[in-house]
Design a protein around this ligand. Structure first.
Ligand code: FAD
Length: 421
């Protein structure tokens, strides 16, 4: 009998847990090191729960820099960067500006589309194979990009041919067709683009199911164990130090979300990353409950039915590793809802708690996935920005293929963790 190979994963968000799940399936002895407790919060829990093959345009795209500069002038806008003299932020900003071009979007789109489609298939599979089944509520009804403005709708529609080229259907719908697509909610829009392959689910239930599956399968999850440092020798990481115990494993995967950059900096690896703060508000008894998830395009607000509740999520504030809630920007989200859904009023949400989470954002809008040359047993799975839930299963599969020294099912060259090292 051969001894199982051992792997330690830093971070128990959806990315770390999916890496752990696929590595466990592959026969690895898995330890997850998580600084929070079993009920800890993370970006992976309160997000909008969308699985989005439609999102094949990375954040670093033409028009984003001028959009960002304009948006920063309004305290209620969905985008904000707190200007500060911070070398990491300045470097990240310069790299973002350099990458936000058409050539980058052309190169990144097929990779993002392939990853999202593969992840969608994995979610379908997980809904069948996890012991809890589809407890996490995978719903395959598609997504509506709702537009108030005709020009914005025309712009969204320009993505339809590219979506089709990349292997997914997309349809331009007029207001009547949009109303027919989701009769459960009254909408006041100029039209929409419908992406039938997009899905939604309940992210905290998914994290809960995956954690239970890992524990049942014999993986060890060390809760309340912040990583404090590493011992290295001979080009390898020998040991992870935590406040509880030291962890040794043959392979190490860093999946610490927005904290990944500071975690790997202790290993001498430079991986530019900024936290993109977002908020969500979940309404327990909504005035109306749509059947499809949607994006209020101009307002950049995501709307997701989760069981009998309805979640609204939005904003991207680059203000450091800071989870504090800016009520003006939350109001910006709430104010936009009645403009698209007239059955709602901004006051409907005044008593609902606001959740905040930090999206781990790389400067080119692509995740860091693969082995780093810095240490022979170090791999990274981080930086998934707005798509971490959507891309989690494929990331887990790719990491398990990398660690098994197999050719990954998706070309990882654009995602190399050392690309800015
Ligand atoms: C408002 C909002 C809406 C979103 N909607 C969607 C959506 O609809 N679809 C989608 O795909 N994505 C969405 N996202 C993005 C998605 O939530 C993230 O990309 C994803 O959760 C990132 O997962 P992660 O595991 O990398 O990070 P996290 O969930 O942040 O997990 C990282 C974990 O690492 C742990 N950790 C950090 N440092 C250490 C350390 N030193 N020692 C031990 N543990 C450590 C943390 O405690 C945490 O549990 C949204 C995000 C926001 C904010």
């Amino acid at each position: 009998m051969t001894t199982p190979r051992s792997v330690a994963i830093v971070g128990g968000g959806v990315i770390g847990l999916c890496c752990a799940y696929y590595l466990m399936q592959d026969g690895w002895q898995v330890t997850v090191v998580e600084r929070g407790n079993r009920d800890h919060d993370a970006c992976s829990l309160g997000n909008a729960g969308m699985i989005v093959p439609s999102h094949f345009v990375p954040l670093a795209a033409p028009g984003m820099v001028s959009y960002g500069l304009k948006a920063m002038l309004s305290p209620e806008s969905p985008f904000y960067i707190r200007p500060r003299l911070n070398a990491d932020l300045i470097r990240w900003g310069l790299l973002f500006c350099k990458t936000a071009n058409a050539a980058h979007v052309d190169a990144a789109a097929p990779v993002l589309a392939a990853m999202n489609l593969a992840s969608r298939a994995s979610y379908e599979n997980l809904a069948q194979t996890l012991k809890d089944g589809n407890f996490f509520g995978l719903t395959r009804r598609g997504l509506l990009m709702l537009c108030k403005d005709k020009t914005v709708l025309e712009h969204e529609a320009t993505l339809i041919p590219r979506a089709k080229q990349l292997g997914m259907d997309a349809q331009l719908l007029n207001p009547e067709e949009t109303a027919k697509a989701d009769p459960a909610i009254q909408m006041d829009v100029a039209g929409s683009v419908y992406f039938p392959l997009d899905c939604h689910l309940n992210p905290s239930r998914f994290v809960q199911s995956l954690t239970a599956e890992l524990e049942r399968g014999g993986a060890k999850i060390l809760w309340n164990s912040p990583v404090t440092g590493f011992s290295t020798d001979d080009g390898k990481i020998q040991c992870i130090h935590t406040t509880q115990e030291d962890v040794e494993a043959q392979e190490i995967v860093i999946a610490a979300g927005s904290w990944s950059a500071e975690t790997v900096s202790a290993l001498g690896l430079r991986m530019p990353m900024q936290a993109g703060k977002g908020y969500s508000i979940t309404v327990d008894a909504p005035a109306q409950l749509p059947e499809l998830c949607s994006i209020l395009t101009e307002a950049r607000v995501a709307v997701t039915p989760m069981g009998s509740t309805l979640r609204f999520a939005g904003t991207m504030e680059v203000t450091g590793l800071d989870l504090s809630i800016n009520q003006r920007r939350v109001y910006g989200i709430l104010k936009s809802i009645p403009q698209y859904f007239p059955a709602f009023q901004a006051q409907d949400f005044s008593s609902e708690p606001v959740w905040s989470g930090l999206r781990p954002c790389s400067p080119d809008g692509l995740p860091y996935i693969g082995r780093s040359a810095r240490f022979s047993n170090l791999s990274i799975a981080a930086g998934h920005a707005m798509m971490g839930l959507s891309l989690a299963p494929i990331t887990g599969r790719l990491i398990s293929q990398v660690l098994a020294n197999q050719k990954p099912e998706i070309d990882l060259s654009l995602l190399h963790p050392d690309r800015y090292a």
